[in-house]
Write a protein of this length. Structure first.
Length: 299
C-alpha cells in the first residue's frame, strides 16, 4: 500500500535519488539496496527515486531495474513513495520500462526529457504523453537540459499538466524565472532537482526536493523545509548556508561517484561503479571528507 499523498505533494516532500548498490563483482546488490532504502527512510526521506541517473540507470538492464523496484518497494513501500525512473531517449523503450515499473509495484514514474536526439517541443509533448498513457501511475517530469540538451518549454509544461497523470516536475533547469512562470501556470507539484537551489525554489512555489545529498543530510533537508513552511525563513536560510559545503563537495565531480564514496566512508551499502563512471582518486576522497566535515556530516 502506497503512503498517503495529496495533490500538492503527490510523492512526499523529501525524496532522495538513490544510488544502486553493487556487489564487489559488479552485480546489483538487492540486499544492500533494501538496507540503504531502509536507512534513508529512517533518516527522514518520505520518498525514494530508484533507477534514476544517480541510480546508474544508463548501465543497468531492464531486468535489473525491475528487480530493484521490487526490492525497494518490499523494504519501504509502506512508509515511503517509491518512484521509478522510466525515461530514455526512445519512447517505445520508455513505455516498456513504465509498464515494468508498474508491475514491480512502483508508486510513480520519473520520466526524463529524451536526451541526445534533441527532439522539438512537439516531440517532447508526444513522448511524455505516451509514457503517461501507458500506465495508471502518476508521473513526475524531469527537466534537466544540462544532460538532455533540450529544456521543456513553459508552454509544453502547461500543455502536459492537462494530462490527469502528469502531476509533478523535477526541476534541474537552474532558472528561477522560468520556474516561477511554469509553477504559476501549470499548477504542477514542483520539486527541486538541484540541491543548491532547494531553498530558492521553495520561495517561488516548490513543494519539496528530489535530492542527491539526501543520502547524507536528510534530517537537515527536512528541518530546512519545515522551517520554511512554518514561516521561519531565517532558520531555513541558516540551514541552507550550513549545508553549502555539502552541496558543493558532492558535485565537484559526477554526483554518483561522490555519493558512493561518501556512503562507503559511512559504512553504508554502495559498492563499485559501472564504467564509464570511475572511483574518486585518493586526493578527491580527501577533498570530499573536508567538504562533508565542513557541512557537519560525521564520517
Amino acid at each position: 500500500m502506497a503512503p498517503t499523498s495529496t495533490p500538492q505533494t503527490p510523492f512526499g516532500r523529501v525524496l532522495t535519488a538513490m544510488v544502486t548498490p553493487f556487489t564487489a563483482d559488479g552485480a546489483v546488490d538487492l540486499d544492500g539496496a533494501q538496507r540503504l532504502a531502509t536507512h534513508l527512510v529512517d533518516a527522514g526521506n518520505d520518498g525514494l527515486v530508484v533507477n534514476g541517473t544517480t541510480g546508474e540507470s544508463p548501465t543497468t538492464s531492464d531486468a535489473e531495474k525491475a528487480q530493484l523496484v521490487r526490492a525497494v518497494v518490499e523494504a519501504v513501500g509502506d512508509r515511503a513513495h517509491v518512484v521509478a525512473g522510466a525515461g530514455t531517449n526512445d519512447t517505445r523503450h520508455s513505455v516498456e520500462l513504465a509498464r515494468a515499473a508498474e508491475q514491480a509495484g512502483a508508486h510513480g514514474l520519473l520520466v526524463v526529457t529524451p536526451y541526445y536526439n534533441k527532439p522539438p517541443q512537439e516531440g517532447l509533448f508526444r513522448h511524455f504523453t505516451a509514457v503517461a498513457d501507458a500506465t495508471e501511475l502518476p508521473v513526475m517530469l524531469y527537466d534537466i537540459p544540462g544532460r538532455s540538451g533540450v529544456p521543456i518549454d513553459t508552454e509544453t509544461i502547461v500543455r502536459l499538466a492537462e494530462h490527469p497523470r502528469i502531476v509533478a516536475n523535477k526541476d534541474a533547469k537552474g532558472d528561477l524565472g522560468r520556474a516561477s512562470w511554469a509553477i504559476a501556470r501549470s499548477r504542477l507539484a514542483w520539486y527541486s532537482g538541484d540541491d543548491m537551489l532547494n531553498l530558492p525554489l521553495l520561495s517561488v512555489g516548490a513543494v519539496g526536493f528530489v535530492s542527491v545529498v539526501g543520502h547524507l543530510v536528510a534530517p537537515e533537508l527536512r528541518a530546512l523545509l519545515s522551517a520554511y513552511l512554518s514561516g521561519d525563513v531565517t532558520k531555513a536560510t541558516e540551514i541552507h548556508q550550513k549545508l553549502l559545503p555539502v552541496f558543493t563537495g558532492m558535485f565537484r565531480t559526477q554526483g554518483v561517484i561522490t555519493t558512493k564514496a561518501a556512503l562507503a566512508l559511512k559504512g553504508l551499502p554502495a559498492g563499485p561503479l559501472r564504467l564509464p563512471l570511475v572511483e574518486l582518486s585518493p586526493e578527491e576522497t580527501e577533498q570530499l571528507k573536508r567538504d562533508l566535515s565542513a557541512g557537519g556530516v560525521e564520517l
